[in-house]
Design a protein around this ligand. Structure first.
Ligand code: CP
Length: 308
């Protein structure tokens, strides 16, 4: 299996063997993520971090992963303070940064931007979210969370919320097709999963169920994966208002849930999970955000060719 210099653009590029290897490597690196052990696996490597959209978890967990492995972070910083404000385009920015860094971590509002960036440079590019497109590193940590906290092979999962614009669930569905998952999609009809993704899943042998009833969907699942309604991606603010409170997880709703049910969320949440749920055994989302560190450590170490 060859990871060195691999571009991480979409989950569609990753085989099950590759995903399993990343998750196995993350298992081994977790003590370093927790600062229980020290490492210099990324010593001498510089990773450029370019975020053209807001982020807390993805940016900070990448930076934590790099620092825990003794690599160096080269941050573009605020877009407003860079030469982008002078009109420099993304392609030129990438061509310049390849001269400074050994890898490029990119978040950008435009779908397809990470693929375009990867075509501009031989330096490996990691897609940290491209508009409503893909967010593959979130998916690695989601799969890792399921493996650690519930089950991954044959997982029964309800995926709820903004399935139209939510890039994390697009990447997740492709990945789950490798693990014989039983997938139920829960959303108002305005926010359903794009048809081409449903078709791709069918071609991979996964028939998803679709419903707008949360009560029905959570009866018998191992994992409930909730997503935020992506306000920033709605062309029509009135449409956002119509659907903004369409799905809400409360302790009341969970009264009859499977006691082992784990609730995941890529975060940030707005109002889709009531804060009372945080204190139940179902809440798994803060642990999930921590798992971004060992998983991103694993991916970076493999892509930089520092481990195999
Ligand atoms: N889950 C996620 O991508 O969070 P951020 O937008 O804070 O990075």
């Amino acid at each position: 299996m060859r990871f060195k210099d691999f571009d991480t653009i979409s989950m569609k590029d990753f085989s099950r063997d590759m995903i399993d290897h990343i998750l196995d490597t993350a298992d081994k690196l977790e003590p370093i993520a927790k600062n229980e052990e020290k490492s210099d696996i990324l010593n001498g490597k510089i990773l450029a971090v370019l975020f053209f959209e807001p982020s807390t978890r993805t940016r900070m967990s990448f930076e934590t992963a790099i620092k825990r492995l003794n690599g160096d972070v080269l941050s573009l910083g605020a877009v407003d303070a860079s030469s982008i404000t002078k009109g420099e385009n993304l392609a030129d920015t990438i061509r310049v940064i390849e001269g400074y860094a050994d890898g490029i971590i990119l978040r950008h509002p435009k779908e397809g931007s990470a693929k375009m960036a990867a075509e501009m440079t031989s330096t490996p590019v990691i897609n940290a979210g491209d508009g409503a497109g893909h967010h593959p590193t979130q998916t690695f940590l989601d799969l890792y969370t399921m493996r650690r906290e519930s089950r991954l092979e044959g997982v029964k999962i309800a995926i709820a919320g903004d399935l139209k614009y939510g890039r994390t669930v697009h990447s997740l569905c492709y990945a789950l097709s490798h693990y014989n998952a039983d997938i139920t999609l829960v959303s108002p009809k305005e926010l359903r999963m794009p048809r081409e993704i449903i078709r791709d899943l069918k071609n991979r042998g996964i028939e998803v169920k679709q419903t707008d009833s949360m009560e029905d969907a959570i009866q018998d699942v191992d994992v409930l994966y909730v997503t935020r309604i992506q306000k920033e991606r709605f062309p029509d603010p009135a449409e956002y208002q119509r659907v903004s409170t369409s799905l809400q997880i409360t302790t009341e709703l969970l009264k009859n849930a499977n006691p082992d049910l784990k609730i995941m969320h890529p975060l940030p949440r707005v109002n889709e999970i009531d804060s009372g749920v945080d204190f139940t055994s179902h809440a798994c989302y803060f642990k999930q955000s921590f798992y971004g560190v060992p998983v991103r450590m694993a991916l970076l170490s493999l892509i930089m060719g520092c481990i195999e």
